[in-house]
Design a protein. Structure first.
Length: 427
């Protein structure tokens, strides 16, 4: 069994590419089973977030299989996109590199925001979905469980999460730079997920004047709005309230824009050209890209937050080095376990042969005892016979190896049987 990690992320692909290869949550079951139907694939899980889409796979031991092409072709076929457009942005990590990648991702070391904690929850959700879909086997199951343990240790043993840096924090930092006094302004938050909750809390802590929360499910929007002294609306009501917003932060799972150019243009007209700062941290994007063509609209995407985020990363760099050391150690442990599986069949066969020999010798001893033979003599014969039968094949093979000059096999035998070096030097 080999392990692979394949995909694109914020380092390799711009948002224009990433948004084309997002897996919708409701389609993951079908996607996982389609993926597993590909030749040579035995296990599969899919992680799809704003900043990455990665496939984690367990494959058959087939060194001749072109798994990069197999995964690329399925990836592009599923999303109905030209492979030539996507291929330059993809990566493939095999075996040990795949194990390191999944551990670094779960620990927040490969995130847009170094050390951000949300990715671990997203990784656990990806595992749960694959487990429920029946596409997780023994190897990926062990890898995910080990990964979750490593991520927890990174979080507790290093200061990777000490600084308040996140996409949400970066969005609010940008708003603070744009507006001289937040308490005089109104924020419209579109979506009611975890990232939007963080934005809402940061805005409240920074004294935002008023918060409107828009969500497809108004009840969920109401829950968040209650926490931050705001009020809730449905997505269909955004057009009627857009002109009230000085700041718009959007993060939904919508596959289509929820704010278009016409709506934004109308809002600016009502506002008499007072500017609006729009921050779109969704992938696929919630705010149509041509909105940026309008005067008095300042539109930022998740990629535009990179510079702001970098300012808050310095305090996490040393912690990241410590985290990588922890991960490297656990990668070695996991690969050792994975490689040990190669000996399972050999060990099983060796034990079965030994058990057969034991049964034959034991039956003979039992017959002699039933016939009234001296028990002490029977035990001595049993021990002698069992020893000879157990060591016969190994000693014969070692003799043959010595005859053939295969010193490396003799050395391997000494290591295998933990034999001390014999000193034949005369004293």
């Amino acid at each position: 069994m080999s392990l692979l990690a394949f995909g694109v992320n914020h380092k390799t692909a711009p948002v224009e590419i990433r948004e084309k290869v997002v897996f919708a949550p409701e389609g993951l079951y079908g996607a996982l089973h389609e993926l597993l139907a590909r030749d040579g694939l035995r296990e599969a899980a899919i992680l799809s977030t704003c900043n990455r889409t990665e496939l984690y796979c367990g494959t058959a031991d087939n060194n001749n299989a072109d798994y990069r092409n197999i995964l690329l072709q399925w990836f592009c076929s599923y999303h109905n996109i030209d492979c030539k457009l996507v291929e330059p942005y993809t990566y493939l990590y095999p075996d040990q590199s795949a194990v390191r990648q999944i551990m670094r991702v779960a620990s927040g070391l490969d995130s847009l925001v170094l050390g951000e904690p949300q990715i671990l929850g997203q990784m656990k959700a990806a595992y749960a979905t694959a487990y429920q879909a029946g596409t997780i086997g023994g190897h990926l199951n062990r890898l995910f469980q080990h990964t979750f343990s490593v991520a927890k240790r990174v979080r507790t043993d290093t200061a990777i999460g000490a600084s308040p840096v996140s996409v949400a924090f970066a969005a609010v930092s940008l708003a603070r730079q744009f507006f001289s006094d937040l308490n005089k302004h109104t924020a419209l938050l579109i979506g009611a997920g975890e990232t939007t909750e963080l934005v809402a809390r940061h805005l409240r802590e920074n004294g935002i004047g008023r918060i409107i929360v828009a969500n497809r499910t108004v009840e969920k929007a109401h829950l968040l709005a209650t926490e931050v002294n705001g009020f809730a609306i449905g997505l269909s009501d955004i057009k009627g309230h857009l002109a009230e917003a000085d700041l718009v932060v959007s993060s939904t799972a919508s596959q289509k824009p929820v704010v278009n150019k016409e709506d934004a243009q109308q809002a600016i007209k009502i506002r008499k050209r007072r500017p609006i700062l729009m921050i779109d941290i969704a992938v696929p994007r919630d705010i149509a890209s041509d909105v940026n063509e309008l005067d008095d609209i300042y539109l930022y995407t998740v990629d535009d937050l990179q510079d702001i985020i970098q300012e808050g990363l310095r305090s996490r760099q040393e912690a990241a080095k410590q985290a990588d050391e922890i991960i490297d150690n656990h990668v070695s442990h996991f690969m050792g376990w994975l490689q040990s599986l190669n000996a399972v069949d050999t060990i099983r066969s060796y034990r079965e042969d030994a058990a057969k020999i034991r049964n034959v010798v034991l039956e003979k001893a039992q017959r002699h005892l039933a016939a009234g033979c001296d028990p002490e003599q029977v035990l001595q014969e049993l021990a002698y016979s069992l020893t000879n039968k157990l060591i016969h094949t190994p000693t014969a093979q070692m003799s043959q190896a010595a005859y053939a000059g295969r010193d490396e096999l003799l050395q391997a035998a000494r290591e295998l049987f933990n034999l001390n070096t014999i000193d034949n030097t005369e004293s």
